[in-house]
Design a protein around this ligand. Structure first.
Ligand code: H79
Length: 483
């Protein structure tokens, strides 16, 4: 069966190859002929079209991820025991039978959820888009679905559609909304995929007979109809579809059926996790920041504030505002976006440590946002750190040792230096200068008082005030010649 599928895929690839090469033009991004049974927008658009489609996303730099679903009820513990691992994985990690997990739905009544307040929180944090879990691996739809009854409107006493409420608020408050949709893993619908944990057995790693079924049937009966609902029922939204955890079950042919649907929405941005060899628009490093970004590619680091995506009552291991802001600046300096997660609880409340940190980040961005939004990567590069000559990372390759003295971002006629470590002698020194500098000031100084600059070798010395203006990062602006 597997072999047969493969030979069909190869035959199809051969057929579309001829078509794709006939369409080749000089300005296409993908100059190699595609082997996709259904060419995606990335296969066919020009570079100029890609740039226009990605523009808002590239300028945004900072987005809010929201992981919210039934898993916020157990909040990390089952039958009185703490279950190790991320909260939204509790069904898999604790091998919860389908019927028992589904029994959470009648208990879900998040009356404290307030779409206005969550959108306002994202805005005050300086975030430019939101991506929310419309369905995670547990298969529970957080939206009104005619395609499947296991959803928040039909299966809970709440009977409301938070995705609709968020879509309306996002439109009112002028912020983009994207939908996370677990297209491949689905632990409560027969045939949905499951990643292996614990002692779950191959080939499907299911833990309940109710999960057995045909994967293509799951896609045709649930995932694809639900994606159609998400793409048609929410006005302007979604601006983004955020796929996750593709398995080998997602063949190029099956993925092509999803791509045919996505292709009807030419403004849509989707990530590299669909599967079936489709590369999507964005690289998606999860819980890390790549040493040098992905030069020439669009990318987004998604990260948690503590150690879970879905709410876990005992996870108080929150990163400091300092770490979160440094991450945002680090990511921007490497040309990526930061998709920072919140995990509302079973009442729909945002945990206070999360909203506090977001407000603090927003305060910094109110003053220093022009050094983040719409910028391009550093013109320097060595400031982020270097690969160790002796230490090896988990992958056996030289370990990247980050340096946290400063970062840099760039605009057409400005170079921004985000200074973390204030120089003891008050002089900020650059070894080299990528452009001619005509002036310098601090963003946090409202009067933009000119700072004294002197050439020093091939570089520059800037005379700073004796104290940093911000305890986390003070932004030095260099006015420069045009790029
Ligand atoms: O939605 C969040 C995660 O639930 C999801 N992606 C982010 C955005 C994700 N699902 N799987 N993975 C990421 C990667 C899989 C990791 C695994 Fe494991 C390691 C699966 C089994 C071992 C982590 C640890 C999950 C269960 C145990």
């Amino acid at each position: 069966m597997k072999l047969l599928q493969r030979s069909i895929a190869v035959a199809l690839a051969g057929a579309s190859l001829a078509v794709a090469s006939a369409q080749l033009e000089g300005d296409k991004i993908n100059t190699k002929p595609t082997s996709h049974p259904v060419p995606s927008i990335q296969d066919t658009e020009t570079k100029a079209q890609r740039d226009a489609r990605m523009q808002w996303w590239r300028e945004a730099r900072f987005g809010m991820f929201i992981h919210w679903g039934l898993y916020s009820i157990p909040a990390g513990s089952w039958n009185g025991k703490q279950v190790p691992g991320v909260g939204e994985w509790i069904m898999n990690n604790a091998s919860i039978p389908v019927a028992d997990y589904k029994a959470l739905a009648p208990k879900f009544n998040p009356t404290a959820f307030n779409a206005h307040d969550i959108v306002a929180l994202a805005k005050s944090a300086g975030m430019k888009y939101i991506v929310i879990t419309s369905k995670h691996h547990d298969g529970f739809a957080m939206f009104d679905s005619k395609a499947n009854k296991f959803n928040i409107v039909d299966a809970t006493p709440y009977h409301r559609d938070p995705i609709r409420e968020l879509a309306e608020e996002c439109r009112k408050q002028g912020i983009k909304l994207g939908f996370y949709y677990s297209q491949d893993q689905d632990w409560t619908y027969p045939g949905g995929a499951a990643y292996k944990t614990g002692d779950h057995k191959p080939p499907k790693y299911h833990w309940d007979k109710a999960q057995d079924g045909d994967y293509a049937t799951y896609l045709h009966e649930k995932a694809i109809p639900q994606m159609k609902e998400l793409l048609t029922n929410y006005g302007d939204a979604p601006a983004v579809i955020w796929f996750d955890t593709p398995t080998d079950d997602m063949t190029p042919k099956l993925a092509g059926e999803i791509v045919a649907l996505l292709n009807k929405y030419p403004k849509l941005i989707w990530n590299n996790r669909l599967g079936g060899t489709y590369m999507g628009d964005t690289e998606t490093p999860e819980q890390y920041i790549p040493a040098n970004g992905y030069p020439g590619k669009d990318w987004e680091s998604c990260m948690t504030m503590n150690d879970t995506w879905g709410f876990k009552s005992d996870d108080t291991n929150f990163k400091s505002t300092e770490t979160l802001l440094r991450n945002l600046i680090d990511i921007a300096s490497k040309g990526g976006n930061y998709l920072l997660n919140i995990g509302p609880d079973s009442m729909g409340r945002v945990p206070a440590p999360e909203s506090e940190r977001l407000h603090a980040m927003g305060k910094w961005l109110d003053v220093n946002g022009e050094a983040i939004y719409g910028t391009t990567p550093t013109l320097f590069g060595d400031e982020a750190g270097s690969f160790s000559r002796t230490e090896k990372g988990k992958d056996g390759k030289p370990k990247f040792i980050a340096s946290w003295k400063w970062r840099s971002t760039t605009k057409a006629d400005k170079v921004y230096i985000e200074i973390f470590e204030w120089p003891a002698d008050g002089v900020f020194h650059l070894d080299k200068l990528p452009r001619q500098v005509s002036g310098a000031y601090l963003l946090a100084d409202k009067s933009h008082r000119a700072l004294k600059t002197t050439r020093s070798g091939n570089g520059l010395d800037v005379q700073l005030p004796s104290m940093a203006l911000d305890p986390i990062a003070t932004v030095l602006v260099l006015k420069t010649s045009k790029s």
